[in-house]
Design a protein around this ligand. Structure first.
Ligand code: NAI
Ligand code: 15L
Length: 271
């Protein structure tokens, strides 16, 4: 039976999510091209492995050759100094969109982050139409990727589904992680919807499971028909008693960005 895509590119394939997604994408494409700056091991059946530094324009162009769609999970995935974010997440995403534009790739799925709106409070309900409120350089780098992909849709018709992923790890240990948790099966479903739904244009959706006490309202992306089947409810017993989100004490409990509020820019803006 023919598959929806001939060749799908997964960047960030050596990372936590990349390794968990590897093997879950074969129904979508004849060939899954795995890429990362780090070692990924040998290619298995239906796989290609391409080492690439996203900050290197020529390497990125080669990485994207003969690809039909991109799942862009590569890059720096946490708050840190600006320079590495600049290289991987800002220059890297510019290189990626230049390459897909030149090569005629029509659709990208961009792993954005909840940290694009980490300065909303845990008592706020946020939707994708509200202004971004990043909580640090990392969140700003993801806002940049969302804005760049919007420009490539408006000017050049390259479609992008931006997924503001919450917390996609097997276990949850904090109340915040229970609110923001995304199960792997739900992520796979969301990637399928992002790749198979016709005419997505440019859209921002929230990568979160059907958890109790959700912070995010995904009605603006309802046409994707993502219907989460998992819930952090099953993980709640593992979370120690402690202050629930919203109890004002620590900025990490007040703002959706959580522990990232203790990281990132440290100097007053004006000294
Ligand atoms: P990760 O840090 O485990 O994996 C990221 C991968 O990107 C790594 O293998 C790394 O080698 C690669 N990378 C970094 N700089 C690179 C460069 N210059 N060139 C090529 N590859 C480079 O992160 P994880 O958890 O797998 O997340 C994947 C994506 O999803 C990231 O973009 C992250 O920002 C996003 N995301 C993940 C969340 C989660 O809960 N895991 C939550 C929100 C967003
Ligand atoms: C992210 O964007 C990170 O990539 C991930 O490692 C987690 O820190 C997650 O956000 C979170 O907010 O918990």
């Amino acid at each position: 039976m023919s598959k929806p895509y001939k060749r799908l590119l997964l960047t960030g394939a050596a990372g936590g999510l990349g390794r968990r997604l590897r093997g879950r994408l074969h129904g979508l494409a004849d060939v899954v091209r795995l890429s990362d700056v780090a070692e990924m091991g040998p290619a298995g059946p239906g796989e290609e492995v391409v080492r690439c530094d996203l900050a290197d324009r020529a390497q990125v162009l080669r990485m994207c050759e003969d690809v039909d769609a991109v799942l862009h999970f590569g890059g720096v995935s946490t708050e840190t100094e600006f320079a590495p974010l600049m290289a991987a997440n800002i220059q890297g995403v510019v290189n990626l969109y230049e390459a897909v534009h030149v090569l005629g790739v029509r659709r990208v799925v961009f792993a954005s982050s909840n940290h694009t709106m980490g300065m909303y409070r845990t008592t706020d309900r946020v939707d994708a139409g509200m202004p971004t409120r990043p909580d640090g350089y990392y969140g700003v780098s993801k806002v940049f990727g969302e804005a760049l992909s919007r420009m490539y849709w408006d000017r050049f018709g390259i479609e992008t589904v931006c997924i503001r992923i919450g917390y996609c790890f097997p276990e949850a240990t904090t109340h915040r992680q229970l609110a923001t948790w995304l199960g792997l099966d739900d992520l796979v479903q969301l990637l399928e919807r992002a790749l198979l739904t016709p005419h997505v244009g440019h859209v921002i959706t929230f990568g979160v499971s059907a958890n109790p006490g959700l912070w995010w309202d995904d009605h603006l992306a309802s046409f994707l028909r993502y219907q989460p089947q998992q819930s952090s409810h099953a993980l709640a017993a593992a979370v120690a008693e402690g202050p629930a989100p919203g109890q004002p004490a620590d900025p990490a409990l007040v703002f959706q960005g959580g522990p990232f509020l203790h990281m990132g820019p440290k100097y007053p803006a004006h000294e």
